[in-house]
Design a protein around this ligand. Structure first.
Ligand code: PMP
Length: 402
């Protein structure tokens, strides 16, 4: 019997709901459950009187704007941004990355190079690949070592004078390894290239000092960080944001509009066209306040202990192969002689919610010679009993399949 108990589990009503219906949720890397504080904030805003932001002079509008802008302060503090104006609200990490790929397009000339890594999520690959196709650029792919870390030695050779942009993940959603973001951003800077860090997974585990990371842009999604879906963050250093061209046009991003031409606001509001996801942004603020109130060391210790228990349980089961050497948060696996889809089916039948497939990283899976894998991922609310149920179900499934 595992003795690992999450003291935060009761803060997440969905966990009790899952328990009641016999579901074991081990898919937090896809999306995380929400703390009561976030749900209360969402309901409080909507039930207390919805209003649009940045427009109205009336009291509800002013109240909504204040709450919305308070989240910008919290997000800036969470990431240790140099200024609140460096935080742009988007609709997700994917939208943040597409914003960058369009907003930076004017900086590229045919023959310039964009560098990504072999482990990128489609969200941090396809916008750059499509930009490369539009502008006649070269897309270089940084190789990984056997553990699943971007190979720094070989990266130095690929980030050269024609490199204009580097786009890499902080923490792989498939391999569960921290990437050497600081070192890679420094290599890019030395060549005069911009650096973009996909923090969709990394932002969830520990707090990161964006200034210390040294990247130009950092993106993440609220829904993986225990917040509402439909909200993303884009952080840009002021000088980097100044190089972005506007990409979506409409209400509130404009300074002066006429029939022939218009002038637009600077960041952040210039990149928040139309009505933003107001209730989501406000509820993200409540989520960040909740997370900031937790004992970060205790959370990290709990997550590390859970992960160690997951790896230990997998290691003693015959034929289980891990993808890379995961360090935290998740493990992706295959089982010799067993098709991942069949295994996933039998796990699902037993109420185990894990993810199967290519994990939005098809080129990586291809490179590893796999058509799919099962990913078990952890949130701070998981405990040892979740893992016990997973392993019991895994054993049962493998007995049927082998
Ligand atoms: N990057 C990584 C590493 C991810 O894991 C994800 C989500 N699976 C994304 C980007 C995209 O995030 P979203 O779907 O929230 O836009």
């Amino acid at each position: 019997m595992s003795s690992l108990v999450s003291p935060w589990r009761q803060d997440f009503p969905a966990l009790a709901a899952f328990d009641a219906e016999g579901q074991t949720y081990l898919d937090s890397a896809a999306t995380a459950q929400k703390p009561r504080a976030m749900l209360d904030s969402l309901l409080g805003h909507l039930a207390g009187g919805a209003a649009n932001v940045h427009r109205a002079q009336h009291l509800p509008g002013e109240r909504a704007t204040r709450a919305f802008e308070a989240t910008r302060d919290q997000a800036a503090a969470w990431l240790n941004a140099a200024s609140r104006d460096e935080i742009v609200f988007t609709r997700g990490a994917t939208e943040s990355l597409n914003l960058l790929a369009y907003g930076l397009e004017h900086l590229f000339q045919p023959g310039d190079r964009i560098v990504v890594s072999a482990l990128e999520h489609h969200a941090n690959l396809l916008p750059w690949q499509q930009l490369a196709l539009r502008r006649g650029l070269e897309l270089a792919v940084l190789p990984l070592d056997a553990a699943g870390t971007i190979d720094l030695g070989r990266a130095a050779g690929l980030i050269g004078p024609r490199t204009r942009l580097l786009a890499i993940s902080q923490l792989s959603n498939v391999l569960g390894r921290w990437q050497p973001v600081r070192e890679l951003a420094a290599l890019a800077r030395a060549q005069g290239a911009l650096s973009v860090v996909d923090g969709a997974q990394g932002a969830v585990h520990g707090r990161h000092d964006i200034q210390a990371l040294g990247c130009d842009f950092y993106v993440c999604s609220s829904h993986k960080l225990y917040g509402p879906d439909g909200v993303g963050l884009l952080h840009g250093r002021r000088e980097a944001l100044e190089r972005l061209r506007h990409w979506q046009f409409g209400g509130e991003m404009v300074l002066q509009a006429d029939y022939e031409e218009s002038r637009f606001r600077a960041a952040p509001l210039g990149f928040e066209a139309g009505t933003p996801p107001i209730s989501g942004v406000i509820a993200l603020g409540a989520t960040l306040a909740y997370l900031a109130g937790l004992d970060a060391t205790a959370v990290a210790r709990h997550e590390a202990a859970l992960h160690a228990e997951l790896l230990a349980g997998l290691a003693v089961r015959d034929g289980v192969r891990l993808l890379g050497e995961p360090q935290l948060a998740l493990a992706s696996l295959t089982v010799d002689g067993v098709h991942s889809a069949d295994l996933a089916h039998l796990l699902t039948d037993q109420g185990i919610a894990v993810r199967t497939g290519h994990h939005c990283a098809m080129p990586l899976l291809k490179r590893l010679g796999l058509s799919g894998a099962i990913r078990v991922s952890l949130g701070l609310y998981n405990d040892g009993a979740d893992l016990e149920r997973f392993f019991a179900a895994l054993d049962q499934a493998l007995e049927l399949l082998r």
